[in-house]
Design a protein around this ligand. Structure first.
Ligand code: GAR
Length: 208
């Protein structure tokens, strides 16, 4: 059974999708053992507490140097015996130490079809604002491993979602969450926990 540690910053609807998937047996060979937030007021922490999941808070601003923060987060994840780290709306950039310590063991959910609308500065509603500004007719979500390149790691699962006339960033965000993020994130996590994802030359290959 793999220990899944989920990193959050906000409302935690993706965390909720993981909790619901776990309850209905859709996360095979994995268990959410800890939720770590960058924000002590994140509602995601309530969701964890309601489900008797251990929580912790680590804030970038409590460390004067980025390197110290990077080391502290790496140490915390090791203390929690994380086999898999999931970024579920985690809004702090990860450092090179934590990425190296958990190579191909950190999964992020991004609310667009990578390589569109991704990279530095593309997070939360900004992603959907950019998609609407461009006038794309299809957007979606991507579950991918995290490497040194922001939103550039191996893609595990993608799901397309239609953009509709009159969409606002908020309506598009909600549709992408409902139709894509809340489905593909638990799927990717379950595949990982069953050792069904191999990374070859920076490409993720899903096996049986
Ligand atoms: C989600 O839409 C997630 O894809 C996005 O933030 C939202 C968090 O919502 N993540 C990023 O933009 C990361 N670049 P949640 O807290 O309700 O899961």
């Amino acid at each position: 059974m793999k220990n899944i540690v989920v990193l959050v910053s906000g409302g935690g609807t993706n965390l909720q999708a993981l909790i619901d998937a776990q309850k209905s047996g859709k996360i095979v060979n994995g268990k959410i053992t800890c939720v770590i937030s960058s924000n002590p007021d994140a509602y995601a922490l309530e969701r964890a507490a309601q489900n008797d999941i251990e929580t912790a808070v680590i804030r970038r601003k409590d460390f004067s140097e980025f390197d110290e923060y990077d080391i502290a987060l790496t140490t915390l994840l090791k203390e929690k015996h994380a086999d898999l780290v999931v970024l579920a709306g985690f809004m702090t950039i990860l450092g090179s130490k934590v990425i190296a310590a958990f190579e191909n063991r950190i999964i992020n959910i991004h609310p667009a079809l990578i390589p569109s609308f991704c990279g530095e500065g593309f997070y939360g509603l900004r992603v959907h604002e950019a998609a609407l500004k461009k006038g794309v007719k299809v957007s979606g979500a991507t579950a991918h491993f995290v490497n040194e390149e922001c939103d550039g790691g191996p893609i595990i699962i993608q799901k397309a979602v239609e953009v509709k006339n009159g969409d606002t960033p908020e309506t598009l965000q909600r549709r992408i969450m409902e139709q894509a993020e809340w489905k593909i994130l638990p799927e990717a996590v379950s595949l990982f926990c069953q050792d069904k994802i191999k990374v070859v030359n920076n490409i993720a290959v899903i096996g049986d």
